[in-house]
Design a protein around this ligand. Structure first.
Ligand SMILES: *Cc1c(COP(=O)(O)O)cnc(C)c1O
Length: 352
């Protein structure tokens, strides 16, 4: 017996990475920041808690004003979402009449939203080196979406390639999901005013230590923002709760702390790349807060299981083009030392 509408009965939902007890596991599976939220965040929660009898600000002003200023855009070019996942959901729901195209290896939610909103979808294979070739999207119609740097590969596509595509296709919406842009790459946000067909999505989950608060954003021309708000006000006007608005506002006063943690993550990422290369791993030159690696002596699945047995959790995607690889979130220096040691031990065991 089911009460669910027929058309949703075959939906394949997104599979989030496991959340585990961190006193037991080293958690390198969901690309969260390993560092605690900035000091002002906790105080902000306590203060905001006293006003929870009131609905939150529908204009999200305490976040939107300083954040728009930080990004160098106008407030009417900025949209905030309950995680960037919510922004992405609105884009798939409302901006895909001519269809949508995205890479075969990318953020898993794109496929899920495509099915949920019954969008005409074209999957475009990445090149052999896992890079995105935008010329492969030239003959298609409709919206294009990709993550940059891409997930789970970490491969970054240059601004120039994206600008060229925007110019070739002024009538197609191009969504660039910049969840990982802060870890050393250049954002497209500075191009928003120049290209009306550009929309950039971002999140406070990865580089700002706020995955648990659910705060994402979109930046684009003000007509797209107004249309997103039309959808929001038809579903959930209070999409950012008061506690999240408070912590979002607080973390924006902590940019020095955020920058420090970003730099640590970049340093540890590069150190980890070297260590893994020395152990014979093949990997992309990831520009995210994660690594995408494989080893000729052990399958990704077997290494995933062996690490799990040693209480280190990484991510393995059972997907045709990604299944030979592990995605390993860049943790603290200490966590990555433990990881490297464990990997060494496992490799000695399989090769002896
Ligand atoms: C993590 C991630 C998101 C989702 O972020 P939230 O803001 O936590 O919803 C979106 N896109 C990509 C590519 C991601 O890796």
């Amino acid at each position: 017996m089911t009460f669910l509408n027929q058309k949703y009965q075959s939906l394949t939902p997104y599979t989030p990475g496991e959340q585990v007890d961190e006193t037991e596991f080293i958690k390198l599976n969901t690309n969260e920041s390993p560092y605690p939220p900035a000091p002002k965040v906790q105080k902000a929660v306590a203060e905001a808690a006293q006003k929870l009898n009131r609905y939150p600000d529908i204009a999200w002003s305490s976040v939107a004003k300083p954040f728009a200023a930080y990004l160098g855009v106008k407030e009417d070019q900025l949209f905030l979402g309950n995680g960037s996942d919510e922004v992405l959901a609105y884009l798939f729901q409302g901006f895909t009449e001519q269809g949508i195209a995205f890479p075969d290896v990318t953020y898993g939610f794109y496929q899920v939203y495509s099915e949920l909103y019954d969008v005409n979808t074209t999957i475009v294979p990445l090149k052999a080196d896992f890079s995105i070739e935008l010329k492969d999207y030239d003959e298609l119609t409709g919206t294009v979406i990709f993550a940059n740097p891409n997930a789970p590969t970490g491969v970054y596509l240059s601004q120039q390639a994206i600008c060229d595509f925007l110019e070739r296709h002024p009538n197609r919406l191009v969504v660039v999901d910049e969840a990982y842009i802060d870890f050393g790459c250049t954002s497209m946000i500075s191009k928003i005013t120049q290209y009306e067909n550009l929309f950039v999505v971002g999140t406070f989950s990865k580089s700002r230590q706020l995955a648990g608060a659910r705060l994402g954003f979109g930046v684009g021309n003000k007509k797209v923002i107004a249309d997103l708000n039309r959808l929001r006000f038809s579903l959930n006007p209070y999409n950012i709760n008061a506690l999240t608005q408070a912590v979002g506002s607080a973390v924006l006063q902590e940019q020095a702390y955020v920058n420090q943690t970003i730099q640590k993550t970049i340093d540890v990422r590069e150190w980890s790349k070297q260590q893994l290369a020395a152990l014979g791993f093949e990997q992309t030159d990831s520009q995210g807060n994660f690594l995408f690696v494989k080893h000729s002596q052990i399958s990704a699945e077997a290494l995933f299981q062996a690490l799990r047995a040693k209480k280190i959790l990484v991510r393995w995607f059972n997907q045709p083009r990604a299944k030979d690889y592990l995605r390993i979130t860049v943790g603290t220096q200490e966590q990555m030392r433990v990881l490297i040691k464990a990997v060494k031990k496992i490799l000695t065991e399989v090769t002896s």
